[in-house]
Ligand binder design. Structure first.
Ligand code: MN
Length: 128
């Protein structure tokens, strides 16, 4: 089943639309935020099964938002996939160290991203 709730935190309108359309057509339910601050609030309130996190955001960064999610017991276990414009391996290592569960580089590969999402949702330890 692919009806899990996924939170998209992304300030770029076209990227957010692509993610939303891709997830909804696959059967996922979606929530959206354009800032990390609002994303943290939505994650706490709605407990999504997974979060897609842009890194460059207008307020706090995606890395800071991840740290806030990981420091709160309600949101600590939610898998978070970084969606980043950077393809530099140095920054990819930095994001992995920051604790993201997976990385997806822009331009987004729809089939690759859907595989990563499914793998995280099906991983042991992820509560439905
Ligand atoms: Mn951005």
């Amino acid at each position: 089943m692919a009806n899990e709730l996924i939170l998209i935190i992304e300030d770029d309108d076209s990227s957010r639309k692509l993610l939303r359309d891709t997830l909804q057509v696959t059967g996922y339910r979606t929530l959206e935020s354009v800032t990390g601050e609002e994303g943290i609030r939505l994650a706490t309130e709605h407990r999504p099964s997974l979060i897609l996190m842009d890194i460059q955001l207008p307020g706090i960064s995606g890395v800071a938002a991840l740290q806030a999610l990981r420091s709160a017991s309600d949101t600590r276990a939610i898998p978070v996939i970084a969606v980043t414009a950077s393809v530099m391996s140095a920054q990819q290592n930095e994001l992995t160290r920051a604790g993201f569960d997976a990385l997806e580089s822009k331009p987004i590969s729809v089939s690759g991203l859907l595989r990563k999402i499914r793998a995280k949702l099906d991983a042991p330890g992820v509560t439905p």
